[in-house]
Design a binder for this molecule. Structure first.
Ligand SMILES: *Cc1c(COP(=O)(O)O)cnc(C)c1O
Length: 599
């Protein structure tokens, strides 16, 4: 995999013209770089890939994560072990032209950065700065702070978030970059607001900050919250806050209302300092609004970067029929003008490629003419990986009746999540107990970018069974839809918007108990999905609907355009200059339209 062509000596794009700075603790930049753990990082990467394709004036900041997010090994009973995937930014990427020094833990820490260029279809570049504290002269503890994504204890995590927020902001300014908008992709980056506040004060002590200063910071910040699961919202003890940030910054956070339940809560820091807050699907916006009643919470539904996730054969088909799709995904709607069996033929190639990979990795041969379900995601209790296996006897009976069924699982548990690791073992145990010649179940190791792509391009039906309402959005089902793969899913997250029953997939009915939800899943499988699969013409029609209806909408080109219109540069609000919003009269000029955004 080519690293997006960032030549070690290539000049930096003109940073002074960048209007939006995107901050994310993880960003999936290339299949070859282990700088992400899952959905959040994928979304960040897809966002920047769409920004590059549509020539958006953006720049991004994250950490280098030298140790890499881990490689997963599963033994015969499904016990997960992890190994680091170390990489060397210095051998791979050009350095940023500046280093910066900030104070944290009561001492100086020098931060350098490596530049990864995300290059779009027309050559536009989004520079991404990966912060790195492995610098000679730094305290030995500090040199390891940008190594482990989501590693270490809470103290380590708070240090990382200080580096991301305050270090990242300081670096952008040192590079001559003065964006109008700072987008916090999740609360991890919220401390950038503190740096913006210090910037407002021009050297005056933080305790002189006024409401007007806070309001000025608010006009610059946008915050996206990504999960209603409480553990997903970082909280730190007050003693840690003082130790890492020092008394002055700690007092400023307290004075500006950033503490919650007597803890430093990064979500509240972000809420307090942002003028626009959003969830990542319409339902998630509503759920988040209930969680944070004191703040207005909007919604912008996630998407995926189409050219990243579409299988090669479909890309070729689209290039020949509607080449405009690469710059503007709305053209995907025109797949209604392509014969469905041509889409089905492309999908068959993806299925074969996936099964070749499965055979090579496991020695198990899957049959390409048998209905195949995929279930792959980060392992967490609310995702309920084993709902599909709730009644194995019933499942085996269905498999026999419909002439065979194959199921592919994948997913990593966080190294410290013993409950999650237990869920992987549960799937192994259930699969081992099944002795049906009609039902094959495999759990594939090391779910990552490449495997995720092959699975969403190759299975026939994508299954998702979260406990409502904890799936904020989910994006793997969108990747599947783009590739003509319908979903069978609980009506949660994006699927509430994406499900047209029997057209783009099927909803698992809401029920009081898990057993009843499993029953609904089995009934749909037996009486709706299998009969349709047995009719190739009808199935190909459904594949076409998936691409035309859902691929056209659930992509990051559309999502990013919504961020520009609603969050970054809304017509109704000023984001620049004066302390008060201008009052728009009917004939006043709306905020400038950013014409270099082609979306
Ligand atoms: C797309 C993707 C995710 C996120 O998918 P969800 O549906 O949100 O679980 C996570 N990990 C990988 C490797 C992916 O490709």
């Amino acid at each position: 995999m080519i690293l997006s062509g960032t030549a070690l000596d290539s000049p930096s794009p003109d940073l002074s013209l960048r209007e939006v700075a995107y901050f994310s603790m993880e960003i999936a930049l290339s299949p070859a770089l282990p700088t992400y753990s899952g959905g959040l990082g994928m979304l960040a990467g897809d966002t920047l890939r769409s920004a590059a394709d549509t020539a958006a004036p953006m720049v991004a900041v994250s950490l280098a994560h030298r140790a890499g997010y881990f490689r997963q090994k599963l033994d015969a009973v499904g016990q997960q072990t992890e190994t680091d995937v170390p990489w060397s930014p210095e051998k791979t990427l050009p350095p940023a032209s500046q280093t910066v020094t900030i104070t944290m833990q009561g001492r100086a820490i020098t931060i350098r950065a490596w530049r990864f260029d995300v290059t779009g279809v027309t050559g536009h570049i989004i520079p991404v700065f990966l912060l790195d504290t492995d610098v000679e002269g730094n305290d030995p503890y500090d040199r390891r702070l940008t190594d482990h994504l989501y590693g270490g204890d809470t103290y380590y995590r708070l240090c990382q978030e200080t580096i991301l927020g305050i270090g990242g902001m300081t670096l952008l300014h040192a590079l001559g970059c003065q964006p109008d908008v700072y987008h916090m992709n999740e609360g991890h980056a919220a401390l950038l607001a503190l740096a913006l506040l210090e910037d407002q004060l021009k050297g005056a002590p933080l305790n002189t900050a006024t409401e007007a200063n806070v309001a000025a910071v608010r006009r610059q910040c946008v915050f996206t919250t990504h999960t209603p699961v409480p553990a997903g919202h970082d909280k730190f003890g007050l003693d840690q806050m003082v130790q890492v940030l020092g008394r002055d910054r700690a007092a400023a956070l307290e004075a500006t209302g950033c503490l919650h339940d007597n803890l430093l809560n990064m979500t509240y820091v972000a809420l307090r300092f942002s003028r626009y807050v959003n969830g990542v699907a319409m339902q998630h916006g509503k759920v988040s609004q209930l969680m944070f009643p004191d703040y207005k919470v909007h919604a912008i539904t996630n998407g995926v970067h189409a050219a990243t996730w579409l299988a090669e054969p479909i890309q070729q088909l689209l290039d020949s029929e509607i080449p405009e799709w690469r710059i503007d995904n709305q053209y995907l709607r025109s797949v209604y003008g392509i014969e469905p069996d041509r889409i089905a033929a492309c999908h068959n190639k993806g299925k074969q490629r996936l099964f070749d990979t499965v055979a090579k990795r496991t020695g198990v041969q899957f049959n390409p003419s048998v209905l195949t379900l995929g279930f792959a995601r980060r392992v967490a209790t609310y995702k309920r990986a084993s709902l599909l296996l709730q009644d194995p006897v019933r499942l085996a009976k269905i498999a026999e009746k419909i002439g065979g069924l194959q199921i592919l699982y994948a997913g990593k548990a966080h190294p410290a999540d013993n409950a999650g690791k237990g869920l992987i073992r549960d799937v192994f145990t259930e699969a081992a107990h099944l002795r049906s010649p009609f039902l094959k179940i495999l759990y594939l190791e090391n779910y990552d970018w490449d495997l995720g792509a092959q699975l969403t391009q190759g299975v026939d039906v994508w299954v998702n069974t979260p406990r409502r309402p904890y799936e904020a959005s989910g994006t793997s089902g969108m990747k599947a839809a783009l590739n003509g793969v319908p979903s069978l899913s609980i009506l949660d997250g994006w699927w509430i918007e994406g499900c047209a029953e029997s057209v783009t997939g099927w909803a698992i009915e809401d029920a009081e108990t898990e057993a009843m939800e499993a029953e609904s899943l089995y009934t749909k499988l037996e009486s709706a999905i299998a009969p349709l699969y047995a009719n190739p013409t009808a199935w190909a029609r459904m594949q076409q609907h998936c691409v035309a209806m859902n691929g056209t909408f659930f992509n990051t080109h559309r999502m990013l355009r919504q961020y520009f219109t609603n969050a970054y540069f809304p017509q109704s609000a000023s984001t620049k200059g004066s302390a008060v919003s201008p009052i728009l009269t009917p004939d006043s000029q709306p905020a400038p339209v950013h014409e270099h955004v082609l979306v």
